[in-house]
Design a protein around this ligand. Structure first.
Ligand SMILES: [Zn+2]
Length: 95
């Protein structure tokens, strides 16, 4: 079973968590076109390598946090609190 380290509670089983999509995405303002809004809603990078993601400890503290996950191995490299800057990926970033 995969363990995910909640920044607030520590390592817990993956079944306690819910995936929340890509992290660090800027929400556009009301002045954007419908095409730009649709792109914000539906278009995402399909990263091969380290991706920053939002996760929620749904069956624990209930809080959101971010994680760096390598999409090639499904390994979570690091987790960090919401609002914190994306830390440098320690490995796999340049691949
Ligand atoms: Zn937690």
């Amino acid at each position: 079973m995969l363990l995910i380290a909640c920044p607030y509670c520590g390592p817990r089983a993956e079944i306690e968590f819910a995936y929340g999509g890509e992290a660090h995405i800027a929400r556009p303002g009301p002045e954007v076109s419908e095409e730009e809004w649709a792109a914000f809603l539906y278009l995402r990078d399909n990263t091969k390598g380290v991706l920053a993601e939002r996760w929620r400890h749904a069956h624990g503290c209930g809080r959101f946090f971010n994680a760096l996950r390598d999409t090639r191995t499904d390994r979570i490299l690091e987790t960090y609190e919401m609002g914190a800057a994306r830390p440098d990926a320690k490995q796999g970033e340049a691949a």
